[in-house]
Design a protein around this ligand. Structure first.
Ligand SMILES: [Zn+2]
Length: 299
C-alpha cells in the first residue's frame, strides 16, 4: 500500500506514467503527428492530455485503453490492479467496493474489464516441451440422484443429459511453465483437439487421461495417456497432476473468493488465474506487468 502510494500518489502521477509508457521515454518529448516530428509536450491544465509546445496538438495517454473516458479516477484503476496483483487467490468486487469506496456496480465493471481486456491472451506463442492437457466441469456438483438418473439413461460421466447444465473448461500446461485455460463450448473431441492444436506446438509431448476425446492427436504429438478410468493416477512421468493442480487452484479460488461464476464471466476468471499462475515465481513484477499490459493492449 505505501509502496503503491509512493509510486502513484495521485491521478497526475498515473497519467504521467501512461504518457511515458506509451508516448515519451523522458516524460517530455513525444512524436507529434501534426508536426510529423518529435516535439516537446506539456501537461494540459485540468485535462487528461498533453499538448505539443509547437502546434498545440493534444495527446491523450488513455486513448484506446480501458481507462479512457472512465468516470472512475485513474488512480483508482491503478489501485484496483495493484490489489488484484497483490493477492494470491484473488479479490472480490465486494472487497474492491470497500477498499476503493466505489459502488459495487463500478467495482464489478472494473474487475471484468481488467480480466477480459488486460489479462486476456497472456501467453506468447504456443506451449512446447512436456505438456499436460485436461478438461473439467465448471458449475455445480452433480447430486447423487442426478448421477443415478444419468447412469439409468445410459450417459457416462462425460456425456449425458447433464452436459448442458455445466460449462467445460479446457486447459493445457507446460510442466514447470505456462498455462492456457479456456472456456469451450463442449467437451467433444473435435473441440478439445482444435484448441490443443491451436495452443501446443506440433512435436510436443502431450499427457492426457484416457478420455476418447483425445484420440487422434498421436499424429501430431508424442502422446502418453494415463488410465484414470482404471483408477491409476500416475505412472512414472505419465500423469496429469500439474493441470489438475491448476484446476483445483482455480476451483478453490472461485469457491472461496467469488462463490460462483456464471458462464458469461467464466473466461475472465480463467484469465485472472492464468495470469497469476504464469507469474507465480515473480510476485513483485505482477503489478508492473499488469499496468504495462493495460497500456500496451489498447484497443
Ligand atoms: Zn505539434
Amino acid at each position: 500500500m505505501m509502496e503503491f502510494m509512493r509510486a502513484f500518489p495521485d491521478d497526475a502521477a498515473c497519467l504521467d506514467w501512461l504518457f511515458r509508457q506509451r508516448h515519451s521515454e523522458d516524460g517530455s518529448h513525444a512524436f507529434c503527428p501534426k508536426c510529423d516530428r518529435e516535439r516537446k509536450f506539456h501537461r494540459v491544465k485540468d485535462r487528461p492530455a498533453y499538448d505539443c509546445d509547437t502546434c498545440g496538438y493534444h495527446l491523450h495517454p488513455t486513448a484506446g485503453t480501458i481507462f479512457h473516458k472512465s468516470p472512475t479516477s485513474l488512480q483508482l484503476w491503478f489501485y484496483a490492479m495493484y490489489l488484484m496483483a497483490s493477492t494470491r487467490c484473488g479479490i472480490s468486487a465486494k472487497q474492491l467496493e470497500r477498499e476503493l469506496g466505489v459502488t459495487y456496480k463500478t467495482a464489478w465493471r472494473m474487475f471484468n474489464l481488467i480480466r477480459n481486456e488486460v489479462m486476456a491472451d497472456d501467453t506468447e506463442g504456443p506451449l512446447s516441451g512436456s505438456v499436460e492437457a485436461d478438461e473439467t466441469w465448471h458449475g455445480g456438483k452433480l447430486r447423487e440422484s442426478d448421477k443415478r438418473r444419468i447412469a439409468r439413461e445410459g450417459g457416462g460421466p462425460r456425456n449425458g443429459p447433464h452436459v448442458k447444465k455445466r460449462e467445460t473448461v479446457f486447459a493445457v500446461v507446460e510442466r514447470g511453465g505456462r498455462v492456457v485455460a479456456m472456456h469451450v463450448p463442449s467437451r467433444y473431441g473435435h473441440t478439445l483437439r482444435k484448441n490443443l492444436l491451436q495452443h501446443v506446438e506440433p512435436g510436443a509431448t502431450v499427457y492426457t487421461d484416457d478420455y476418447v476425446g483425445y484420440n487422434g492427436i498421436d499424429f501430431t504429438y508424442t502422446h502418453h495417456r494415463i488410465n484414470h478410468s482404471g483408477r491409476i493416477y500416475a505412472d512414472g512421468h505419465v500423469h496429469t497432476q500439474t493441470i489438475e493442480g491448476f484446476f483445483s487452484l482455480f476451483k478453490n479460488g472461485v469457491r472461496g473468493v467469488y462463490h460462483s461464476v456464471s458462464a458469461k464471466w467464466l473466461q475472465g476468471y480463467l484469465n485472472e488465474y492464468t495470469w497469476r499462475y504464469n507469474r507465480r515465481d515473480n510476485g513483485r513484477a505482477m503489478f508492473l506487468d499488469l499496468i504495462e499490459a493495460s497500456a500496451s493492449r489498447a484497443r
